[in-house]
Design a binder for this molecule. Structure first.
Ligand SMILES: [Zn+2]
Length: 318
């Protein structure tokens, strides 16, 4: 898995906002990837009205909501993020771009996200007849992605996230609608959950994900579950991200990843490098102690796991 990076991402300027250009500073020396204009693909998941809202807000450097800012080049940066996600889906790459995308809905920007890059890439793949699994391990629920594919059986959305936390959705009973029933899986975790729970959550539901038999797997790779993150209270170490990479690459052939959150400027690059090392079956490049959950958190998690199994049992062999 190779990085796809272009410094147009740095032109989305947000001042002292946690989702800032400095998040990618560590990677500034990477070889730039030439990206083609992907604006024609935005409408695969986004409404024309939403595309115009982002373009017009950026032209005047206006915030779209109090969390979601723009600057003069934000439209170009966000479209480049979509282009990089599409390229990642075609080359098994890791799109290392910003702003993130998984809170962006078909018709609305939200939670720092302008366009939903992984959703556009997934829909483009789905349009060729492929079944797409989106696995979202960002510490926040990817409400935009979930909503976009809520009635789809060709794109299965699976999220592990802290709850309660923004966007205050993503419960086990939200399993999809219509033809998409059974194709939306949420594992909400209590704050302070450690590597033990996070990795068990992946291992427990990977066999179900295999039943879906995806042709391609897109990872919404967010690292704000790390214990150092200023926006969330999860307690993951590097081991969670490294072993997530190991587990996923063992099960699936065709995988790509798109950067979502992760706001500790010092730790984010190391979290990313640990995940990619796992994906590439290399040694873990950074070390720190593994983390474990307390008894109450484990009890909550066991109930959540049982609840999701019950919810999914009509659709999958659990
Ligand atoms: Zn996040």
């Amino acid at each position: 898995m190779q990085f796809i990076y272009n410094d147009i991402s740095l032109q989305h300027k947000t001042g002292d906002h946690p989702e800032c250009a400095e998040r990618l500073a560590h990677f500034a020396k990477l070889t730039q990837t030439k990206l083609v204009d992907a604006s024609e693909f935005l409408s695969l998941v986004h409404t024309e009205k939403h595309i115009a809202v982002v373009k017009n807000a950026a032209a005047r450097s206006l915030p779209i909501d109090p969390d979601t800012l723009t600057s003069e080049k934000s439209y170009e940066a966000a479209v480049a993020g979509v282009s990089a996600a599409i390229l990642a889906s075609e080359t098994n790459g890791f799109s290392l771009m910003r702003p993130p995308g998984h809170h962006s809905y078909a018709d609305k920007a939200s939670g720092f996200c302008l366009f939903n890059s992984i959703a556009v890439a997934a829909q483009k793949q789905a349009n060729t007849g492929k079944k797409v699994l989106i696995f979202d391990f960002d510490g926040h629920f990817g409400d935009g992605t979930s909503d976009i594919f809520y009635e789809s059986k060709n794109v299965l959305y699976w999220s592990i996230h802290q709850s309660p936390a923004f966007p205050y959705k993503g419960q086990t009973y939200e399993v999809g609608k219509g033809k998409g029933k059974g194709f939306n899986w949420n594992i909400p975790l209590s704050h302070s959950c450690g590597d033990d729970i996070f990795l068990d959550a992946i291992k427990s539901f990977l066999p179900l994900a295999e039943q879906f038999q995806p042709d391609i797997v897109g990872i919404s790779a967010g690292f704000d579950g790390h214990h150092s993150d200023p926006l969330l209270e999860m307690n993951l170490s590097f081991h969670s991200f490294y072993e997530a990479g190991i587990l996923l690459q063992k099960k699936f052939k065709n995988i790509f990843a798109v950067l979502e959150g992760g706001y500790n400027l010092e730790y984010l690059p190391r979290c990313i490098e640990c995940f990619v090392a796992g994906m590439n079956e290399e040694e873990i490049p950074h070390d720190e102690p593994r983390t474990f959950s307390d008894l109450n958190t484990v009890t909550d998690y066991k109930e959540t796991k049982a609840a999701l199994r019950r919810e999914l049992s009509p659709y999958w062999t659990v």
